[in-house]
Design a protein around this ligand. Sequence first.
Ligand SMILES: Cc1cc2nc3c(=O)[nH]c(=O)nc-3n(C[C@H](O)[C@H](O)[C@H](O)COP(=O)(O)OP(=O)(O)OC[C@H]3O[C@@H](n4cnc5c(N)ncnc54)[C@H](O)[C@@H]3O)c2cc1C
Ligand code: FES
Length: 360
Amino acid sequence: MSNAYYNMKVVDITQETADAITLHLDHPDKQNIPYIPGQFLTLILPVNGQKVRRSYSLCSTPEEPYFSVTVKRVEGGLVSNFLAENAQIGQTIEVMAPLGNFVLKPEAGQKRHIFLFGGGSGITPLMSMLKSTLKFEPQSRVTLIYGNRNVDSVIFKDQLAQFEQQHPNQLKVVHVFNEALVDATEKQDHIGLLDRNMVLRLLEDLTVPGYQQESYYMCGPEGMMNEVREALQFKSVPASQVYKESFTAPTSSEEHGADVTAAPESDEIITRTVTLRYEGQEYQVEVKPTETILEAGLKADIDLPYSCQAGLCTACMGKCLSGRVHLTEREGLSDAEIAQGYVLNCVGHPLSADVVIEIG
Ligand SMILES: Cc1cc2nc3c(=O)[nH]c(=O)nc-3n(C[C@H](O)[C@H](O)[C@H](O)COP(=O)(O)OP(=O)(O)OC[C@H]3O[C@@H](n4cnc5c(N)ncnc54)[C@H](O)[C@@H]3O)c2cc1C
Ligand code: FES
């Protein structure tokens, strides 16, 4: 895992909607910083005298001249409102190198049908995937189903319409609005919630024969993604063809934790010493019950990688080589990664005295 930091200059700002802006950031020294469509940048910003980090998915593609991220205001949110009010052309922002497992790597020979389900700001990683597929997979088809409150809240509305015009046989964009505008004229728009029934209806209409495989990528509010997942399960779509990115931790009462196990010792979360291996060094860190392994490591002045601090983005991922760790959230990890012993330090608590975690 790369933990490189860069200073990037804001070269332009696009007002996408009333509450969303896109920051276009310049490559530092025109360095080549690779990324895959779907990955995110971590912005590190001084807000109220403290350095805070937030993850923002890249809506640009690696071939574009700038790194672009779109930030939508969240009510009461610290960083999204700070950026909306303070971002300026010419300012420099510290960023961590692109990361993330929610990726779509285009391959020229592929002939697949890619369904993208987006809600609100969840369009950002999908936009990068969409553009990249149109460019590098000419035989593949992309269908974007994009839910928003109303037509005024559609991020990238004009760009999407333009791409659809340029690629009539390759791209279909379907807008779903929660509320109708009085003067709505676009007859093809769907009004209502992007729920299971609507998803099933749309898939019925939009599935086209002649493709080798179908893949499904989703990013949006938890409720919307649950509905899409249920619809896909109803259609018996294999889980291996479904990919998901969450911007926020789930709020439902479902159990979201996980134990990464070796020999069970005790389920108690008490103060324990954890061994962290990072960049060729080994550190012994005391982790109190009130803190996560990441928090304890940062307190000990270890420059550990992290971004969302919510168990979503995997920036803090490590491999548990021995011992037992409890994760209070595991949204960012697949079952296979959990089984292989991967942990997220930002939501990890040691459950045994012999925990050794290798990071990077
Ligand atoms: C991998 C990843 C990629 C992301 N990409 C983007 C992106 O491309 N564009 C973007 O705008 N945001 C994106 N986010 C969300 C972003 O990182 C911040 O969480 C968001 O900007 C809110 O930060 P804040 O400081 O304004 O709010 P905070 O002060 O951190 O939070 C305020 C409250 O709002 C809730 N909240 C946070 N995010 C949302 C949300 N999206 N919708 C509703 N409630 C929310 C929090 O749970 C909290 O209760 C991404 C998050 C992750 C993990
Ligand atoms: S910092 Fe994002 S998962 Fe831990």
